[in-house]
Design a protein around this ligand. Structure first.
Ligand code: XMP
Length: 518
């Protein structure tokens, strides 16, 4: 399989570059800019992409372009800082722009080249420094008002540099620029498809496992379901999956996962009804981190008990996906402070001493979904919005009781139903503005307020609706849902869900708020 290596110079968009390349059906991996040559060259790349970054090339200790990349003779595309690092390494000049350029810019490409079509186009800029003089052998192919040198090109060596960010959605047609680089210029075969991912995954799993037995912990999430389905495809009944029903899933979710895995795919599924023990353990607990800790620990204990009963197979399936892997090896600056313990229920600690099978380790979320569909999992399961490991417990503010969870679940189901009917349960890109929702859910507040129903005074709880647009979940904006739709949802919740007499809509972005309320 042909591959591309992306060197991460610390940009917040580095993962997006990798996603766009994968969308062009070319396999790529992301490496820290200073990763050892051996590690990077092990994937036998057909070309390099250098990401942007927050530094200035002349700062002491600023990330540099390694010599082996230039000596490889392979095509290189430098984006923003990557273009500046390339320029510096080849003897060109980089300088501070008089004014930081941030936002949309109009560029004009006036030289024929294989990367950018000639003519003017809108792009997204975000840079302080800029190229003052390209290295010898380079042509200036494109200009903008604030960047007289917005793109450069060396035909002999097939080196390209762009000052703007083709990887962000704000650059219309940016994905085509990246596709041209990887497919037309690097000549990487676009062979990275769900079918090829499955074929390769199946071979790897068979080689790793042989005729031994494997266990999987199903949490209700998409990743563990797809990982389990893939392992099932590889080794059939050598696999047993344990599904712990915590009682904290959304409406119909537990039944949906069971039926998809057991009935549709024939996975041997051990369903553990642990609803009572989870509710019991959460009794009287209000504090969010305490809820997470209790749920995580009880999940592990429950899982351990059933694993023992099954004679503790040597292998365990984990639904680790590529962003988790990249974030744990990213340059320090990119490692986020811990705001919440995002442990995954289903993510089991290493002291259980299993050998791990992580078949989704190199996949982005969208790829996981496509693989899930290709494996025969139903679309409504595979395309479900993200859901936190601790489930409804962190959306049921205050104490988690059966009655309150049921109330929340009912309100959430109405919200989801109405969004589905309006076609807004997914993100859509229309022009520059995203529409729809990346995540939308109800939150039950431990706040009572006065209302009037018929002629009666009510004193009941309040539901907050949260709906956001985002691509990466690190930042998010509140979704501008149509007022009439919000009115209908509020009306239905108050009328159909006993114990709720008020609905509010959350209009904070992340930051400063987070997506979940706890
Ligand atoms: P926040 O609330 O931090 O959430 O803005 C960002 C994304 O992460 C999800 N989330 C979790 N996912 N375990 C998970 O697997 C967790 O404990 C957890 N907490 C939040 C959240 O739903 C959002 O998509």
């Amino acid at each position: 399989m042909d591959t591309i290596a992306i060197l991460d110079f610390g940009s917040q968009f580095s993962q997006l570059i990798a996603r766009r390349v994968r969308e062009a059906q070319v396999y790529c991996e992301l490496f820290p800019w200073d990763a050892p040559q051996k590690t990077v060259m092990a994937i036998q790349p057909k070309g390099f992409i250098l990401s942007g970054g927050p530094d200035s090339v002349y700062e002491a200790g600023a990330p540099r372009l390694a010599d082996y990349i230039l000596n490889s003779g392979l095509p290189i595309l430098g984006i923003c800082y990557g273009m500046q690092a390339l320029t510096l390494a080849l003897g060109g000049k980089v300088g501070a722009a008089a004014k930081r350029e941030y936002g949309f810019a109009e560029i004009d490409t006036d030289v024929e080249n294989p990367l950018l079509p000639t003519g003017s186009r809108k792009v997204w800029m975000s840079h302080g420094d800029r190229i003052e003089q390209p290295p010898e052998g380079f042509l200036i192919i494109c200009r903008s008002t604030h960047s007289p040198i917005a793109a450069i090109y060396d035909e002999n060596r097939q080196y390209y540099g762009v000052q703007f960010h083709p990887e962000v959605r704000h650059t219309p047609g940016g994905e085509e620029i990246l596709r041209r680089f990887v497919v037309d210029i690097c000549r990487a075969q676009p062979a990275w498809t769900p079918e090829s991912i499955i074929k390769q995954g199946v071979e790897n799993i068979r080689r790793q496992v042989g005729d031994q037995t494997v266990l999987s912990a199903i949490s209700g999430g998409v990743d563990s379901a797809v990982a389990t389905a893939l392992v099932q495809r590889a080794i059939g009944d050598q696999l047993t999956a344990i599904f712990v029903d915590t009682g904290l899933l959304r409406q119909n979710e537990a039944a949906q996962v069971q039926s998809a895995l057991q009935k549709t795919l024939g996975v041997e599924l051990v369903v553990v009804d642990a609803v009572d023990s989870f509710l019991h353990a959460l009794r009287g607990v209000n504090e969010p981190e305490e809820k997470r800790r209790i749920i995580g620990e009880l999940f592990i204990r429950t899982f351990e008990k059933y694993a023992k009963q099954l004679g503790k197979p040597p292998f365990l399936v984990q639904g680790t996906i590529y962003p988790d892997v990249v974030e744990s090896s990213a340059p320090d600056r990119a490692k986020a402070h811990r705001i919440k313990t995002h442990h995954n229920v289903g993510g089991l600690p290493s002291d259980l001493n299993f050998k791990l099978i992580e078949p989704l380790r190199y996949l982005f979320k969208d790829e996981v979904r496509l693989v899930g569909e290709a494996l025969g999992l139903p679309a409504e399961l595979v395309w479900r919005q993200p859901f936190p490991g601790p489930g409804l417990a962190v959306r049921c503010l205050g104490e988690v009781t059966l009655e309150r969870v049921q109330r929340l679940r009912a309100a959430d189901a109405i919200f989801t139903e109405e969004l589905t009917a309006a076609g807004l349960l997914r993100m859509h890109q229309s022009g520059d503005a995203p529409s729809g929702t990346a995540q939308a859910f109800a939150v039950l507040l431990p706040v009572q307020s006065v209302g009037v129903m018929g002629d009666h005074r009510t004193y009941q709880e309040c539901v907050a609706l949260r709906a956001v647009t985002t691509e990466d979940f690190m930042t998010a904006d509140w979704a501008r849902l149509p007022h009439d739709l919000l009115a209908r949802i509020a009306n239905r919740i108050v009328n159909e869900v006993a114990g709720v007499n008020r609905v509010v809509y959350d209009i904070t972005s992340k930051p400063p708020a987070t997506i979940e309320w706890e």
